[in-house]
Design a protein around this ligand. Structure first.
Ligand code: FES
Length: 77
């Protein structure tokens, strides 16, 4: 999807640059995104924030393991 109509910059390109560790300022300088009319800046920054390496990631570990969904069978005597 084109994010910046003025410079024809796609969300994929912004995401690719963000994943490579480029700051938003550098992306602006290199690609020219959000440097003409500026209407795309919010969307472009949103794409960049989602894909930047410093963006939070999902927790891979939990402090407490989840409770079993089914109780263990009772011992039959
Ligand atoms: S749409 Fe990006 S600067 Fe105009």
């Amino acid at each position: 999807m084109i994010v910046c109509v003025c410079r024809r910059i796609s969300d994929r390109l912004i995401a690719q640059c963000a994943r490579q560790g480029m700051s938003f300022d550098t992306i602006q300088l290199e690609l020219g995104v959000a440097t003409q009319c500026g209407k795309c800046e919010g969307c472009a920054r949103g794409v960049w924030q989602e894909c930047a390496p410093s963006a939070p990631v999902a927790h891979l570990h939990t402090a407490h393991p989840p409770a079993p969904s089914h109780p263990a069978p009772a011992n039959r005597t």
